[in-house]
Unconditional design. Sequence first.
Length: 581
Amino acid sequence: MTVAAEPRPHATLDAEKIRADFPILHTHARGKPLVYLDNGASTQKPRQVIDTIVRYYESQNANIHRGVYELSQNATEQYEHARRIAQRFLNAAEPAEVIFTRGTTESINLVASSFGRGFLEAGDEVFISALEHHSNIVPWQIACQQSGAELKVIPMNEHGELMLDDFAAMLSSRVKIVAVTHLSNALGTVVPVEQIIAMAHSVGAAVLIDGAQWVAHAKTDVQKLDADFYCFSGHKIFGPTGIGILYGKRKYLDAMPPYQSGGDMIEQVTFRKTTYAQLPNKFEAGTPNIAGAIGLGAALEYVQKVGFDAIASHERALHAHLTKRLSVIPGLKIIGTAKHKASVVSFTVEEPKLNAQDIGVMLDLEGIAIRTGHHCCQPIMDRYGVPGTARASLALYNTKHDVDRLADALAKIVRVSTEKAAARSAGTHEIKFPDPSASTPDEAAAELVETFEMFEDWKDKYAVLIEMGEKLLPMDPAMKTEVTKVHGCQSVVHMFGRKRPGTQDSVDFLADSDADIVRGLIAILEKLFAGQSAHAILAFDIEGFFKKLGLDQHLSMGRRNGLAGMVSRLKAHANQLVTAS
């Protein structure tokens, strides 16, 4: 089991001193001091990294490797110095084994493509695990489709731990490469990569480790691990976006064909034949992200100066405190309970049933930033039978105060939601359809726009939206079937439509959702379309309306897809009435 080493007694971290290095941590969100707990998605940047990038662009900017003038030579030296920093950070055998990429995703795609073309053929097997991010699933699916190899999955148990006995039983000489995460971004599981590497090597397979979530939290030694490939992204370790590292053993990198072609990856080009440059240039076609690489070098030096013993000790205590605080909130369920975890706590609220994105929006109103959704790990969500989770992820600059702000806000959200759910259940369940709110959809739209224009702040608009959703007429549970389910939204949405009695083509409909924001959007659709003629519904410009309303910029892609699904369902019903009439 490869986990962060137990910290030495003197390894301490002054979080307040660390926070002073990060300008954004002293800003406000929604009028309240920012609590940033979305480090699994991207970390914030210290002044040392920001200044390094600004200095490069202000006084050191030039293209690299081919310029004979001083500015270019200096830029080249800084770029290659950053490579040497990364080599030492990972303990790679030589700088040439360190390839600059755009990030973990491109690194995995590079290996899947180039290793796939060079080493995979029909009948071979590729292994990934049940814990993987989409970026470590889809590239291997493509590689298998192109080569005829078969993709297999190391299973996990209900705690979110890989079942290595099953993996051992599945291993054979047909396995050519195993690609696994070091730390699950969705569950926080620390994967025993050293053991997996040894098992894979016993049958002659290469191993790629996705270290995107790991490298900011504990020391990484690729030679000690004996990893064949290791990759991570700069933005997850306090560096810039658009830059990352792929480490690969020379024996594989030399044998693999280039991933992309163009400048800097060539040795000689004629119209008949091209020969390729030596490592690492062979895999760095075109002008690279020079400032990003230099900024990443500064970030790696920053964390090494803080020290991984101190980081691990601080984050271990913080993770335990976060788990303890969340575990006692009524109705909250932690998803992923592996024995060895780090950095990440994912959860749902089951009683009352709260949608993860609603939780995220309500926390945002308190100035607290977390991640919600499937975290690009849909197979994991399917395994637990949930559409998504709320996720808090820690970094070296987080404090117990951050955790307590989160826990207190969540406890309040659960308490208020419980009271609202009780009030709704106490109401009448008589099936009743809403009456028209205006004579035409355009007239209803004008009234809605006027209402929302009264508020400039999203917090106030959100409150109006939630209040509208709370006044929805109830939808009988018997109506909530697979036929009435609206697809495309991360929330559960049902919509039932019919022709309004006594009319030629007017539309009656009821809808409901498990998400408060979606209930508010349903209320808006009811205001616009309930009891209106099918022709008027089909003619109405719904996209233009939502832009005027000022809500579109606050809706996630999942919410927009869900809204589009509801509108599509309504228009399909309206079209049926028009056709029938």
